[in-house]
Ligand binder design. Structure first.
Ligand SMILES: [Zn+2]
Length: 285
């Protein structure tokens, strides 16, 4: 960073939630091939496992990604507090994969509904989801796990406090918007989520807005080229978009979440309201 510390510029952060094995690898490759770094939010209890037909990324791969400069964050221990979200996804999947035949649809739906049943530590309390995942990730990677991503994306004030008290320096929602150091809410970070309808043109505009208005843009990915899955992105759109980001080198910094938090905290006057969670402002949507 060569900028004056009080004049930190716009930032783009690329994040991946859930980290299904082949998809995490695809995003890792896409980021590496454009020399961009990202944040992989893993479900700690599912790493290296196959849970009802879904394979999750392995610890060895995560250690490698971490060495390459990517950040590994927590997306809970078993995604347990968002059964509603999982159910919504299951319904969507059930509808969308009908064409693939009943057996496969049922398997996918059961997979989503049954993630908790598959794992012995079922019905974890929220504090266990938040804390166990941090502990396991730190033990496996040998470095601090500072960033959390709420399963389901919409935190209660209690969850935000929990993330802070557990020692995370930030937590990301799926609330649409940009982040701004003037209204900085580290435990309610906003983002732009890629889905099957996101084009490079749409995503490039997010970057241009971040540059023009000096904002922190966080993008969220789940899967790549996964047919019938609404939160999948197109590989070609992603690659085109990553090239756009590269072309803006010098105008916007590509940092991880924890790096950006450190930079913003370094710039804020001491005594800034990190412990307050006022009503959400929709000003930056
Ligand atoms: Zn998730």
């Amino acid at each position: 960073m060569t900028r004056h510390s009080l004049d930190a510029g716009p930032v783009i952060t690329l994040t991946v939630d859930d980290c299904w094995k082949t998809h995490a690898h695809s995003f890792n490759q896409a980021f590496d091939s454009t020399s961009l770094r990202g944040v992989f939010y893993v479900i700690a209890g599912f790493v290296g496992r196959e849970v009802n037909g879904f394979e999750f990324v392995e610890w060895d791969a995560l250690r490698q990604m971490s060495k390459q400069g990517h950040e590994i964050g927590s997306h809970s221990f078993m995604h347990g507090r968002s059964m509603l979200d999982l159910r919504t996804k299951a319904v969507q999947l059930f509808r969308l994969v009908r064409s693939k035949g009943l057996a496969r649809s049922v398997r996918l739906t059961r997979a989503l509904l049954g993630l908790a049943e598959e794992y012995p530590g079922t019905h974890l309390r929220p504090e266990e989801e938040v804390a166990m995942s941090k502990g396991v990730i730190e033990k496996e990677l040998g470095r601090p796990c500072k960033s959390y991503s709420y399963p389901g994306g919409e935190p209660t004030p209690e969850l935000m406090n929990l993330a802070r008290d557990t020692g995370y320096t930030s937590a990301r929602t799926i609330r649409p918007g940009f982040n701004n150091s003037r209204h900085f809410e580290p435990y309610r970070l906003r983002c732009q989520v890629w889905d099957a309808w996101t084009t490079a043109r749409i995503a490039d505009k997010w970057v241009d807005k971040a540059i023009n208005q000096n904002l922190w843009l966080i993008e969220v990915f789940h899967a790549m080229n996964l047919r019938h899955y609404p939160y999948s992105c197109s590989e070609s759109a992603l690659k085109e978009h990553l090239s756009h980001i590269r072309s803006k080198q010098g105008e916007i910094d590509n940092l991880t979440v924890s790096e950006t938090i450190e930079q913003i905290q370094g710039n804020l006057p001491s005594g800034s309201p990190f412990k307050q969670f006022p009503e959400a402002s929709d000003q930056f949507n």
